[in-house]
Structure formats: structure tokens, C-alpha cells
Design a protein around this ligand. Structure first.
Ligand SMILES: *Cc1c(COP(=O)(O)O)cnc(C)c1O
Length: 493
């Protein structure tokens, strides 16, 4: 066989990603490699990139995985994918977990049937670090001296985690859009206090859906992209529209199954969900062989996912975003549901459903399609009062959970082995914690944070305490139609 055909064969074996939307299943949906999808996350017809198939982990391999620390474990899982990016680069990416507390992931046992998978031991104290730290390293390594503008829209935790991941990165600039009044005080300070010159933070009038839509529009705006190109910049995104995020969100769901019972008995995984990236990671983990029974989707009063998984109807009509005490889940347009639709029903059907959403703000699954989802998913939601009760219940075990994690309690069952996925440390939400635990308002957030830390024997992260002592730098708030020129002006400077 000549070398050229050997190379061609190898390429066929490389795992590819395809766009989630197409008019004809095979003809207009060209597969791409991972490196391409990381740098160019927007796929055709407004879709996202998703894997064509996922590697399966064998029983024997699970045995081998059961004694590894998180970093080694993560690299073994990545190896299985056989992506077209060197393992050496992936290893450097995973080494970012050395910046976390003792281990990237901490698993706590509440009782015989209930565990908490704490994913917030990274620098910004939310699970977004689990993906954004390695993703940031990987993107820097792939940029190869080419300049990148990385954009993100945040409902509170993606922003800080993205800024932290790319702080002072060579050749990379980051712009972060956040809803002006939509985040907690700590989340906001984690963004507006950023000093590194390659980072820009913009508050926008509107909510997270507005911020995310502004981002999606810019990613598909040829004029904007060409202007950036003339200035020497490629445009990419750090939201979970980027498959690079999802990749690192698969690993910890496999890890928790191996850790609890060597992947031998099925476990329900309960996940506080907004953009559905974390839950999608669990779904992919299950497909790869993690012994997951049901994936349970917890929401706050913005319960569009509860409605979707129970009725098959995704309906934005007459829905207003509600401010809750779990702001990272104040979302109505849940982007990663699209990857689930693609995986279950294919790109043609996905495009049809997404077109319906764009045209009439609504789509509806058939009964058969709904049954397919119900076989693997369950969903429910909590209002703020229930959520605060749940915080108190778990606090009786000496463990503080944040308001997002607290929505999960609703979906536990005493006779089912379950894991609650804990997505943020409570220190980001002290006023809500005080309201829940002391039934009063907080007038001095830092003092109250110290009060709770004392009572529950928790060492507060220095990075959080110092936020209250620094000056705010990025105080700018702009209207939606000014975002583009604002960014271009900053790049030019
Ligand atoms: C982002 C976030 C969520 C929602 O995760 P998705 O992957 O968007 O579903 C839940 N809780 C916290 C604390 C978050 O930061």
C-alpha cells in the first residue's frame, strides 16, 4: 500500500465531529477533526459540533482505571478518543488540575445511597474550571502563534472561569459578556476586578439569554470575523457551544462511577442544569460505558427543561426569565439540548426542530421520540423556598451546598444509589446561604461568609476574600448593538 493511502485510512479512523444540523443526513455534513472544532466552534446552519460516535470502555479497562488519581484517569479517558491532537498536549492541559485543591474532584458520602460529587475545587470555585482550565491550555497550545479572540457569554460562572484560564495567555485575548444584574456579587467581582491586559469584561443590558444570543450572532457575523481577520485575529468561543468544553465534562461522571463501586452497580446522576453541558457530559459518559442508570435534570423556576423532558415540548412563548437564587441556571435557551437531539434523532430532524424554535419559539417531539428520552432522563425543579430548605437539610450533616446543588435534592430516591453533582462552592452565594440558614438578610457579605466558614469549619479561599478588597476595573455596561464596535475598538488599541 502506498503511503498516501495509508494516511487516508488513518484519517478515516480518526474520530470526527459533525454539525448537528443538516438538510440531508450524509451529503451536506462534512466531518471535521477536534482541533478544527475547537478553533471554529460554529457549525453549518447555526449548529454545533458533536461526535459521530464515542469510544467504548471495556470491563477490563474499567478495572485498570479504578486505582488512578484524577489526572491519570483523565488522560486515560482522553486516550480512548484517539483525537488528532497529541497526548503530550492533552497531558499539559490536564496538568492544569494541579492548580486545584488536593484533587480536582472530591466525592463525599452522605449516606448508604447518596453521594456528592464536588466539582468546584478549582481557582474560581465553580465546576466550570473542570473544563475551562484544561481547555484554556489546549487552545493556547493549538494557537501556535496565531492570535485568537476568545469570547464567552456567562450566567455567572463561565465568565470568571474563562478569564482565569486565559489570564496573561500569549497571543490570546478574551472578551466576556455578562448580564449586568444577573450574577451574584462574588461572580461579578471575579470578572470586573480582572487586571490582566488581555482580558475585557462587558456588562450588557439584558439577561443571560440576551448575552448568549449576542455571542452566537457575533460568531456567525462574517463582517465581524473579517474585521478581526484583518486585525490578525481568529474568533472562537469558550461557551459550552464549544465541544472542547464538553470533552472534559465527560470524565468526572465516569470517575464517580468507578470511584463509588468500580462501575459495577448502576447509579443515578443528578445534575443542576442550565445550558445542559454538564448533563450532556453524563449522557456521553453513559454511552462510553459508565454504569449510569438515570440522568436526572434539576432546574430552578426557569423550568423549561423539566417541561421538555416530561412533555416533549420546548416552548419559549409566554416565558420570561425569572431571577432566582441559582443564577447560573437562569436560562431558557438551553444550547446543548441540540447535541442530545442530534445524537438521538439525527441532523435532519435536529435542523427541523431548531428551525421550528427559531420561527415559532417552540418545537415538539413525537410520542416515540419522547419515550426515547424518558428511558434515560428524568427532570424536576425547585423554587427558591424548597431550595433553601434543602440547603438546611444537608447542613445538618455538616456539609454546606450552594443553591444550584440544592435543587438536586428533589430528585433523590431513598432506595436508589444516587450522586448529586455539586457545581459551585457556597462562598459565591453567601447572601442566599444566610437567608436559608439564618433566615435574615446579609448586610455585610464578607463578615457573613466568615461566620458560616467558622461554624462549618471551612477554610475560605484567599482568592474569594481578596475580591472584597480590590478596585473594580471593568465597569463598562453597553447596549447590545454597541458590543461589536466596542470589541473592535479594544482590539485595535
Ligand atoms: C453553569 C452552572 C450550572 C449549569 O450547568 P450547564 O452545564 O450549563 O447545564 C449549574 N450550576 C452552576 C453553579 C453553574 O455554574
Amino acid at each position: 500500500m502506498n503511503p498516501k493511502s495509508i494516511k487516508a485510512l488513518k484519517d478515516i479512523n480518526l474520530p470526527k465531529l459533525v454539525g448537528t444540523r443538516a438538510n440531508f443526513t450524509n451529503e451536506d455534513n462534512e466531518p471535521v477533526n477536534l482541533d478544527y472544532a475547537l478553533l471554529n466552534p460554529a457549525a453549518k446552519y447555526g449548529g454545533l459540533y458533536a461526535p459521530i460516535n464515542l469510544p467504548l470502555i471495556s470491563k477490563k479497562e474499567f478495572k485498570k482505571l479504578s486505582n488512578m488519581d484524577y489526572n491519570k484517569f483523565a488522560l486515560e479517558i482522553i486516550k480512548k478518543f484517539n483525537f488528532n491532537i497529541s497526548l503530550n498536549k492533552f497531558k499539559k492541559a490536564i496538568d492544569r488540575y494541579n492548580k486545584f485543591d488536593k484533587s480536582a474532584v472530591e466525592i463525599k458520602k452522605i449516606n448508604k445511597n447518596l453521594y456528592i460529587n464536588e466539582l468546584w475545587h478549582g481557582p474560581t470555585r465553580a465546576f466550570k474550571d473542570m473544563a475551562l482550565q484544561p481547555f484554556g491550555e489546549l487552545l493556547s497550545l493549538l494557537s501556535n502563534g496565531n492570535k485568537q479572540l476568545i469570547m464567552c457569554a456567562t450566567s455567572g460562572d463561565t465568565g470568571p472561569a474563562t478569564l482565569s484560564s486565559f489570564e496573561n495567555a500569549k497571543d490570546i485575548k478574551v472578551v466576556c459578556l455578562y448580564p449586568k444584574d444577573g450574577t451574584s456579587q462574588v461572580q461579578r467581582l471575579q470578572m470586573v476586578n480582572q487586571k490582566a491586559p488581555n482580558l475585557k469584561v462587558i456588562g450588557i443590558e439584558g439577561n443571560f439569554d440576551d448575552a448568549q444570543q449576542a455571542l452566537k450572532m457575533l460568531l456567525n457575523d462574517d463582517e465581524f470575523k473579517n474585521t478581526l481577520k484583518d486585525l490578525g485575529y481568529n474568533l472562537s468561543a469558550a461557551n459550552s457551544v464549544n465541544f472542547g468544553r464538553i470533552l472534559f465534562q465527560i470524565i468526572y461522571h465516569i470517575y464517580v462511577c468507578v470511584h463509588i463501586n468500580k462501575n459495577e452497580k448502576p447509579i443515578d446522576i443528578i445534575i443542576p442544569s442550565g445550558n445542559f453541558g454538564n448533563a450532556l457530559g453524563a449522557y456521553y459518559a453513559k454511552k462510553m460505558g459508565a454504569n449510569i442508570d438515570k440522568i436526572k435534570i434539576a432546574s430552578n423556576k426557569n423550568n423549561i427543561l423539566t417541561q421538555f423532558f416530561n412533555t416533549g415540548i420546548y416552548d419559549l412563548n409566554n416565558k420570561e426569565l425569572i431571577h432566582t437564587i441559582s443564577p447560573a441556571m437562569d436560562i431558557l435557551i438551553s444550547s446543548n439540548i441540540e447535541r442530545l437531539l442530534f445524537d438521538k434523532f439525527g441532523p435532519v430532524r435536529t435542523k427541523e426542530l431548531m428551525d421550528n424554535l427559531a420561527n415559532s419559539k417552540k418545537y415538539e417531539l413525537t410520542n416515540d421520540e419522547l419515550e426515547v428520552l424518558k428511558a434515560e432522563f428524568q427532570a424536576d425543579y425547585c423554587d427558591d423556598d424548597e431550595c433553601m430548605e434543602n440547603i438546611c437539610k444537608v447542613a445538618k450533616n455538616g456539609i454546606l451546598i450552594d443553591p444550584h446543588t440544592a435543587t438536586c435534592l428533589k430528585l433523590t430516591q431513598d432506595d436508589h444509589l444516587s450522586v448529586i453533582t455539586s457545581t459551585a462552592q457556597w462562598v459565591k452565594f453567601t447572601p442566599s446561604m444566610i437567608k436559608a440558614l439564618k433566615n435574615r438578610d446579609s448586610s455585610d457579605e464578607l463578615a457573613d461568609m466568615k461566620l458560616l466558614a467558622n461554624k462549618y469549619h471551612i477554610k475560605l479561599p484567599k482568592s474569594i476574600i481578596k475580591l472584597f478588597k480590590e478596585d473594580e476595573i471593568h465597569t463598562q455596561v453597553v447596549k447590545k448593538d454597541e458590543i461589536k464596535s466596542n470589541i473592535i475598538d479594544w482590539i485595535k488599541r
